[in-house]
Design a binder for this molecule. Structure first.
Ligand SMILES: [Zn+2]
Length: 210
């Protein structure tokens, strides 16, 4: 498919993805303001997606793993030396759209083991951000594999939220029941179509299609 983006715009996008994360967010917001509805639609659908472009070899990368379905590359803005991005070659916006993530997470675990040994790490974080509110920068499923060192500058954390005992019990019960439908019928494939991503302003969230 022919890109509705101009060469200058593609160049600008390529330079934006090389910026540090915080600057990237601002630059992307400014960039998308200048686009026509057609161009925005094109980007949303995944054409022009940075990770799809890396998978197609349109953007250079330092590969650490590749097979038919997955690619793993060094992050060009690494949180630490050895920060690897593992992603499916097919464009999925969030993890929930993937039918089966077992291969993806087995791979992530093995890559984490290799990185751990190579950079002589003391720990690792394996992180997936699903949706803009969760800190997802590019709408393509990516597993971050971050080797950790004592006193490094990586910050992954949260403050405690108060939830009372009663709410906790109800929550546990609801999740337990809901999960039964998903886990029990393991052999029955979850239809990908049942889940779609709905965009409301800048926030992506999941919705079950009736
Ligand atoms: Zn993509």
């Amino acid at each position: 498919m022919e890109s509705p983006l101009t060469k200058e715009q593609i160049d600008e996008l390529n330079s934006i993805v090389k910026l540090p994360v915080e600057e990237q967010r601002k630059a992307l917001a400014e960039f998308t303001k200048k686009l026509s509805p057609e161009q925005l639609e094109f980007l949303k659908k995944g054409q022009g997606c940075v990770f799809c472009s890396i998978a197609e070899g349109k953007i250079e990368s330092k590969k650490v793993y590749e097979d038919e379905k997955f690619l793993a590359v060094l992050d060009i803005n690494p949180a630490n030396k050895g920060h690897v991005l593992l992603f499916p070659k097919k464009h999925y916006e969030v993890l929930a759209q993937m039918e089966d993530v077992s291969e993806l997470f087995n791979l992530a675990n093995n890559i984490a083991k290799s990185v751990f040994e190579i950079v002589k790490a003391e720990g690792t974080n394996i992180v997936v951000n699903n949706g803009t509110v969760a800190g997802q920068m590019v709408p393509h499923v990516v597993v971050n594999i971050i080797p950790r060192f004592k006193d490094d500058k990586v910050r992954i954390g949260w403050e405690k939220t108060d939830v009372n005992e009663e709410e906790m019990s109800e929550l546990a019960d609801e999740i337990f029941k809901n999960l039964k439908n998903k886990v029990v019928k393991k052999e029955e494939k979850i239809e990908e179509k049942k889940i779609k991503v709905v965009k409301v302003s800048n926030v992506g969230y999941l919705e079950r299609v009736p």
